[in-house]
Design a protein around this ligand. Structure first.
Ligand code: ZN
Ligand code: ZN
Length: 261
């Protein structure tokens, strides 16, 4: 775990209150506001630390993420804000790295922290997007998994289970992203034994690394869900088995940054 993350977790343990938000996107990727607007909003919300976590490049899906050419501008702009607002808030420059991202090593080293996330299921040469629409997932289950949606979900969670080994992140992003649409389109059931087995296996594989999981509010602010990730039964399972959580806004606009507790 990187230094800045360790310090934040120590502070959280000491005070019992979370005064940071590390998961947010800006105009450098698919967010609406600039890094500076996000920092100013975080100050308004009473946070002591704010982390910007731009999407790292996935070469097969470039629409929402930062090209590697953009990274140098991203880092220098966010790092510039560290000094500018040093007397008001601590600014961290992070990255949200996908399991299938390709990021030059120097930037992985330069980042204050990394959120490791799975947004795709790789199958037969295709990267199936997990969080774009329910129809993409349903169509993919038919075509690539012979109509067996739980087999698709199992492949998703097998990828999730490997995310810490692959990316060495400081935070495990939205573990059950695949449930994004089930409140509006219940094309699978999270109480199905096969779903529970797959999701719990991933959680059990990840807990021993000692990295925090996220309680992620991103899909609520975007109107897909009324509840954060992960779903309650999985959240309880992780807690009962020694895992722990930090809260993340996954904000794509400044209003949605978390307030200090
Ligand atoms: Zn994400
Ligand atoms: Zn995100």
């Amino acid at each position: 775990m990187r230094n800045e993350m360790r310090k934040l977790l120590d502070r959280l343990e000491e005070s019992g209150k979370q005064d940071f938000d590390l998961h947010m996107h800006t105009t450098f990727c698919d967010g609406k506001n600039t890094p500076e607007e996000m920092v100013l909003s975080a100050i308004d919300k009473g946070l002591k630390t704010v982390g910007i976590s731009g999407h790292a490049l996935t070469f097969f899906d470039k629409g929402y993420c930062m090209s590697n050419e953009k990274l140098s501008g991203y880092f220098s702009q966010v790092e510039g804000l560290k000094e500018k607002y040093a007397d008001k808030i601590k600014v961290l420059c992070g990255l949200e790295v996908d399991y299938y991202s390709s990021v030059p090593e120097e930037y992985l080293k330069r980042a204050d922290y990394i959120i490791g996330s799975v947004h795709y299921i790789y199958k037969d040469g295709e990267y199936v997007t997990v969080d774009k629409t329910a129809d993409i997932l349903k169509e993919a289950a038919e075509r690539l998994w012979g109509g067996d949606v739980y087999a698709m979900i199992d492949d998703y969670y097998k990828t999730v289970a490997d995310v810490v080994r692959k990316l060495d992140p400081d935070v495990i992003g939205h573990i059950d992203l695949i449930t994004k649409f089930i409140e509006i389109d219940e094309f699978f059931d999270t109480s199905d034994p096969r779903y529970m087995e797959s999701s719990r296996s991933a959680a059990k594989a990840l807990i021993p690394f000692g990295i925090p999981f996220e309680i992620n509010y991103g899909a609520i602010t975007r109107g897909y869900r009324t509840l954060p990730y992960p779903e309650k039964t999985l959240l309880d399972f992780i807690s009962e088995n020694g895992g722990y959580f930090i809260r993340s806004s996954d904000a794509h606009s400044k209003e949605n940054i978390l307030a200090a507790e």
